[in-house]
Ligand binder design. Structure first.
Ligand code: SF4
Length: 331
């Protein structure tokens, strides 16, 4: 069960006495966020708005939504990073999953006895890392926990940022991800090119995602080679605040034009196949927002992420391309 650190929210409201607040977080915990918003309204009598648009990370906090509503504080819940606030108006609040990993960790120790693994997780399960490490070590497994970087804590990954597992990949037999997210685990498998397993405490199962990730990789590479045949490109700037990367878009425009390609520039908040279907005169797209939009979704025309677009430029320049996604940060 997800537990939101409501004390931190209540203390902040007591201290700052805002006239109204807003809350948001990942889709999966929205019902819990609704409960917290109701608790705020009951306890303090102030409006507490739930920003219910999809929200995939600290790259996607919708501070503009809070500003439009006049909310003085935005409580961004469930994306734990190694800081507790962004500026004065955004407060980051932890939401931890209180399920125990003990049983599945013991099962994992039996399966991986004698092996060396990299232990890694997402925001909701960071507090379990030390406990699982000690269960695995008692069972004869060597455990590495890679160092965090940027916003990442040690042993933590985002969907596009993999520093801890990239640090350990040469010295481990496999990556073990704590949680239920095939999305994060597939990213780990793709970036490290190592066997990767999900330790899922809800189903009490150890799930390998290596093959699934290889499928995503094949699709990503195929899109790059299809785009290499294109004459006209649409370059899309994402309008979500933490995914805004206009300079990268303009860099790709310059490179593609110097290689004789036609370029149009677009900006979108949500980059979906439906939205792109409306756009004419474009053989292939490059989007410089969230890289997982390109790797994890189906599009009728190639839609390349930043690392894929870097590979495309190399191919067009007849340079060597290898290991497109084996980089610690896909932006
Ligand atoms: S994968 Fe996408 S949503 Fe997740 S942190 Fe990276 S840019 Fe943001």
């Amino acid at each position: 069960m997800i537990v939101i650190d409501e004390k931190r929210i209540f203390d902040e409201i007591e201290r700052r006495k805002p006239v109204s607040v807003a809350l948001n977080g990942p889709d999966g915990i929205l019902p819990k966020i609704q409960d917290t918003a109701s608790a705020i309204m009951e306890r303090f009598g102030i409006p507490a708005y739930v920003l219910a648009d999809s929200c995939f990370g600290t790259c996607d906090m919708n501070t503009n939504g809070a500003k439009v509503l006049g909310a003085e504080i935005l409580f961004h819940i469930g994306h734990t990073v190694n800081s507790t606030s962004f500026g004065d108006n955004v407060v980051l609040v932890d939401a931890f999953d209180n399920i125990s990993f003990d049983n599945i960790a013991k099962k994992c120790a039996e399966e991986f006895r004698g092996k060396t693994i990299s232990l890694v997780t997402d925001s909701q399960h960071l507090h379990e890392v030390d406990r699982v490490k000690s269960i695995l070590e008692q069972g004869g497994v060597q455990v590495k926990i890679g160092k965090g970087k940027g916003q990442l804590n040690d042993g933590q990954v985002f969907g596009c940022e993999f520093y801890p597992v990239m640090e350990t990949r040469e010295v481990v037999d496999a990556n073990i991800f704590l949680g239920q997210s095939n999305f994060h685990a597939a990213g780990i498998a793709l970036s490290t090119n190592r066997p990767t397993f999900v330790l899922d405490p809800y189903f009490n199962e150890i799930r390998e995602v290596t093959e699934f990730a290889q499928g995503l990789q094949k699709k990503a590479i195929l899109a790059v080679y299809k785009a290499a045949e294109a004459e006209s490109f649409g370059i899309i700037v994402g309008l979500k605040e933490g995914q805004f990367s206009k300079m990268t878009a303009l860099k790709f425009r310059k490179e593609l034009e110097s290689l004789g390609k036609k370029v149009q520039l677009f900006a979108l908040t949500d980059i979906t196949d439906d939205k792109l279907q409306n756009l004419r005169g474009v053989d292939a797209f490059i989007q410089v927002a969230c890289p997982r939009i390109s790797t994890d979704n189906h599009f009728h025309r190639p839609v390349l992420s930043t690392p894929q677009a870097n590979a495309l430029v190399k191919i067009l320049k007849k340079e060597n391309v290898e290991n497109i996604l084996q980089v610690p940060h896909w932006l």
